[in-house]
Write a protein of this length. Structure first.
Length: 311
């Protein structure tokens, strides 16, 4: 951080946002307020159900609770600020807050990438080795996997971020609705090739490799499902993977489009729209996808509301 602070006279950033039109910003405020409320309520409810319902104390739902926790934290780093800035002609964020927002968003984004890969492995073991599932995915193993992915995310994001030199000069207008790392890098007046290369390498390890692992895992799962003779058995196996595969498709599709493409000199409106999808829409869709397609979650919700009614 000292390299950043000593290399620039910038003390704050001005965020352009999604629109400069007051009536459009008012509409966006209503939209993002609903999205944020649904995201926090949906993911919070999933975490609550998994904690209080013994039927959901399984590896699959343990990792799902981690995913919901990440999603709540991820949207909270940006959406409340977006809502506050909707009614400001000049949306300003202090330098330290901007760097903190960048670091936390990168950390949580990488954690979600790695977590989705771990969840794919969990489904692979459940379908391909059902008799050994409880032994392979024991409580101890699940905790080790969870701690490992959180620690790896820290090493892959926070440490390189703090060591990244960047000279901003007097440019401080960010063409984004949040302090997104790629958008802030566009402001640098120093050579950012090293920074860009560092982000690309990190993206390969945190996006491309986990995504390739997920594709390989689901290829193996597909072959295993084809060997199941009964239609009911195939349907049950596919239902346990459908929700996760839907989440993976939405998250990785937009994240890969944002981070593994040739970087232009400016951050465009199209880039901001892509950022809305992976940074705002996906955390809202995750609980909807899992709750609408999952009988266990629906059953846990009925048991929870039933207990409340009895009281």
């Amino acid at each position: 951080m000292e390299e950043w602070d000593n290399a620039t006279t910038v003390t704050e950033f001005v965020l352009v946002g999604l629109s400069r039109q007051p009536h459009v910003r008012a509409a966006l405020f209503a939209l993002f307020l609903v999205i944020y409320a649904v995201t926090v309520a949906g993911n919070g409810l999933i975490v609550l159900l998994i904690v209080v319902d013994p039927h959901l104390h399984t590896p699959m739902y343990f990792f799902l609770s981690n995913l919901s926790f990440i999603d709540v934290c991820y949207v909270t780093t940006s959406v409340p600020q977006m809502l506050a800035h909707c009614f400001k002609d000049k949306a300003v964020i202090p330098l330290g807050s901007c760097f903190a927002q960048m670091a936390i968003a990168l950390f949580l984004g990488v954690a979600e990438c790695l977590l989705l890969a771990v969840m794919a492995y969990d489904r692979f073991v459940a379908i391909c080795s059902p008799l050994h599932y409880s032994l392979i995915m024991s409580r101890k193993v699940c905790i080790i996997l969870a701690v490992s992915l959180w620690f790896s995310s820290f090493l892959l994001t926070i440490v390189p971020f703090l060591m990244m030199p960047l000279h901003l000069c007097d440019r401080n207008v960010v063409n984004h609705f949040t302090c997104e790392a790629q958008a802030v890098l566009k402001l640098a007046c120093s050579d950012t090739h090293a920074n860009g290369l560092s982000m690309l390498i990190t993206s390969v390890f945190t996006l491309l490799f986990p995504f390739a692992f997920i594709l390989l895992t689901y290829g193996r799962i597909g072959l295993a499902v084809l060997r199941i003779r009964s239609a009911q058995g195939r349907g049950k196996a596919l239902s346990t993977c459908g929700s996760h595969l839907a989440v993976v498709s939405i998250f990785y599709g937009t994240a890969l489009a944002a981070y593994l493409k040739p970087q232009a000199k400016t951050f465009t409106d199209r880039d901001k729209i892509v950022a809305v999808f992976y940074g705002v829409m996906t955390p809202m869709l995750n609980p909807l996808i899992y709750s609408l397609r999952n009988r266990d979650v629906k059953g846990a919700l009925r048991r929870l509301t039933g207990k409340k009614v009895e009281k």
